[in-house]
Design a protein around this ligand. Structure first.
Ligand SMILES: *Cc1c(COP(=O)(O)O)cnc(C)c1O
Length: 425
């Protein structure tokens, strides 16, 4: 697989290089030079999730890594269930919430861990990642206990849920966590600064596990196929997928799935109050505003990193921007979405509720809707209990960490402070 740098097109790399580098020169994102078309989509849709995922990822990576390696990596990474639930007439929920850290990020993080483990072998590496809540947990768990990899996670202090924090800041060992006195976008900037520091980068073999890493995106393509596969064949003609979006990795993966031949009619980019993309789609102007804290904190992103990949996909596929409907969902609407779902016996959480709300307001006659459930309701226990006035019991993964001590270091938005910590790991 060959990829090119979106900021410096002459930089061309293999998949292995793209995974190890994370970002290209000038902080450019890597993008596939060629997106394979799957000729046998109907057949693929008949297969079980893991078999189908092996076939999809082999089509993308087989030439470089070998089919057997890809198969082993996929089977190791995707060793937990996912589900498609009918929610109401013509609307389905794609539940990506049954992995080890109860969020969709388990798919990408676990596949990335497989890739790095295979590609780096005995070399030491340091994974540096910023999280708005769920990436940190997924990455920390995917790499926890590996001898040759240290993981450093930055997150905005007080802006992620208590249980989210407990899930990854209590591990210790090869996992270091930093609570940054700022917002997610500040954390993301600190990561970029670290990658710009060539001396640091070499000294600790820096690597990224953010959704800017192409390995994560490729893994996420697979579950969009599962969504369509589990919809009755008669309802597959005009499928609309609503994606609760923050950094826009998930939407990029969905559009890559379409580019490979998955029949999806259009996408809804559902955001919370941080609506840079819906405003951009309506006006053509890219003008991020300061990030606002919301109940759907994993989507509190006002400068989404993956957007240039979506622009590139639209360009290379000659797709019109109207393929994506931008919908901003405010806090009252998020709560209404959560309540509406609960009224029809579907327990959700703020991120999924935003996707569901946006879908309800956009779905037209003849279309079938799918919304992505990106986190387990219990991960947002406080919000869910408050809005729905119910009590929920924690699943084991969360109950086990609820009383553990947070091991994070507090830091300011100060690169030299972070640099000192990283050099000392
Ligand atoms: C990360 C995350 C999102 C946003 O996904 P992007 O790929 O960054 O757009 C949505 N919901 C939850 C629960 C998340 O953790």
């Amino acid at each position: 697989m060959e990829l090119y740098n979106l900021k410096k097109n002459e930089q061309r790399v293999s998949f292995a290089q793209a995974v190890k580098l994370g970002l290209g020169d000038e902080q450019g994102l890597f993008f596939p030079s060629y997106i394979p078309q799957l000729g046998n989509v109907d057949e693929l849709l008949e297969q079980d999730f893991v078999t189908r995922s092996v076939n999809i990822l082999t089509a993308l990576l087989g030439d470089e890594l070998g089919n057997d390696t890809v198969e082993t990596m996929v089977r190791n990474a995707f060793n937990f269930p996912l589900a498609v639930q009918p929610v109401r007439d013509g609307v389905y929920a794609l539940e990506l919430t049954h992995g080890p850290t109860l969020a969709f990020k388990d798919f990408g993080a676990r596949f990335l861990a497989q890739c790095l483990n295979h590609l780096c072998k005995d070399e030491k590496a340091t994974i540096l990642t910023a999280t708005s809540g769920d990436t940190g947990a997924a990455v920390a768990h995917a790499f926890y206990g590996l001898d040759n990899v240290n993981v450093a996670v930055l997150y905005p202090k007080g802006k992620i849920s208590v249980l989210q924090e407990k899930l990854f800041c209590t591990l210790g060992g090869n996992i270091s966590t930093y609570s940054v006195n700022g917002r997610f976008d500040d954390c993301q900037q600190l990561v970029k600064d670290a990658f710009d520091d060539l001396e640091l980068k070499q000294a600790i073999s820096l690597n990224s596990a953010n959704s800017i890493n192409i390995a994560r995106l490729l893994a996420q393509i697979c579950y969009f196929f599962e969504a369509v596969a589990k919809i009755p064949a008669a309802e597959r003609k005009e499928v609309v997928v609503s994606v609760p979006s923050g950094n826009f990795g998930d939407l990029t993966a969905g559009m890559l799935a379409k580019a490979m031949g998955l029949p999806i009619k259009r996408f809804i980019a559902a955001t919370n109050l941080n609506d840079t993309v819906p405003r951009y789609l309506a006006t053509g102007e890219w003008s991020p505003e300061p990030t606002v804290a919301t109940r759907s904190n994993a989507m509190d992103v006002s400068a989404p990193n993956n957007w240039p990949r979506i622009e590139e996909l639209l360009k290379v596929k000659f797709w019109d921007k109207s393929l994506i409907t931008g919908v901003k969902v405010d806090e009252a609407q998020t709560e209404a979405g959560l309540k509406d779902l609960y009224a029809i016996d579907y327990l959700c959480e703020p991120h999924g509720a935003i996707a569901s709300y946006a879908l309800n307001n956009s779905l037209q006659a003849g279309e079938t809707g799918v919304f992505l459930c990106t986190a387990h309701p219990s991960k947002f226990q406080e919000s869910v209990e408050e809005v729905l006035d119910i009590h929920i019991t924690l699943p084991k993964a969360l109950a086990d960490v609820a009383d553990k001590e947070i091991l994070s270091k507090d830091i300011e938005i100060d690169f030299s402070e972070l640099r000192g910590h990283l050099m000392a790991i």
